[in-house]
Design a protein around this ligand. Structure first.
Ligand code: UDP
Length: 234
């Protein structure tokens, strides 16, 4: 069983019923995370913001890319607060730390403090990505996992149970990989994370598990290394 884990939640993983985020999805997630925290697992979360804004898309519509990316980062903070609220409703002690400072709503990102929170059993939620435009929250997950010394990144997917050689939603014959090396992901151009994030995980020798979070109990199974997903290693 992994001891310190970093869970990457995309913005879309929190959404449902055509809403930016679905309170039922959040409550279910919180229940699952509470069980994990009670088992003594140290849990950090990086939240995405794709349910609100992606800077790249705004740039395609003519907006300044950096401006769009800052808007995207603010979206991740909204999600971080939503996840915090759901966890606290479930009785889980949490802290949100943001890479763009906004001290009225959250702590600034301070590595040593984040580690101290984890050691005390608090769930730490990282918002605002890396704080820099042109990056993604996948890269943030790789960065924060490296910084906090996480044993693994849990890449929770919305309805997809691992990495395939082609899109399983479009190709019924798509083949799933049970395990992969980072080099294969880069060479084959597999859609797991962006290449910056993959390179960072590879260089820092962090395991990555891609799995379907819509199946209840799968996050714990991923931590216990029994989930039916894809394990990616150096
Ligand atoms: N973003 C950024 N820098 C970061 C992380 C995120 O500029 O370090 C912006 C970027 O515009 C991105 C958006 O925030 O598209 C939302 O993050 P992401 O697309 O990674 O969210 P997800 O797909 O995981 O929901």
């Amino acid at each position: 069983m992994y001891k310190r884990v970093l869970l990457k939640l995309s913005g879309e993983a929190l959404s449902g019923n055509g809403q930016a985020f679905d309170p039922e999805v959040l409550a279910g997630l919180a229940k699952e995370l509470k069980e994990i925290q009670q088992k003594g697992v140290e849990l950090a979360i990086v939240v995405g913001g794709g349910n609100f804004i992606r800077g790249k898309m705004l740039a395609q519509m003519g907006m300044n890319r950096a401006q769009g990316d800052y808007m995207g980062m603010l979206g991740t903070v909204i999600n971080a607060l939503a996840v915090q609220n759901a966890l606290e409703n479930a009785g889980v002690d949490t802290r949100v730390q943001t890479a763009v400072h906004m001290q009225e709503v959250a702590e600034p990102f301070i590595l040593r403090r984040a580690i101290r929170h984890l050691e005390k059993g608090r769930v730490v939620i990282f918002g605002a990505g890396t704080g820099s435009p042109y990056f993604s929250t996948d890269t943030t997950a790789a960065l924060r996992a490296s910084e906090i010394g996480a044993d693994v990144i849990l890449m929770a997917k919305n309805g997809v149970d691992g990495v395939y050689d082609s899109d399983p939603k479009k190709n019924p014959n798509a083949k799933k990989f049970n395990s992969l090396y980072y080099m294969d992901v880069l060479n084959k151009g597999l859609q797991v994370m962006d290449s910056t994030a993959i390179s960072m995980c590879m260089d820092n020798d962090i395991d990555l598990i891609v799995f379907n979070m819509n199946e209840r109990g799968n996050i714990l199974k991923a931590i216990q290394q029994t989930v039916d997903g894809t394990l990616i290693t150096k």
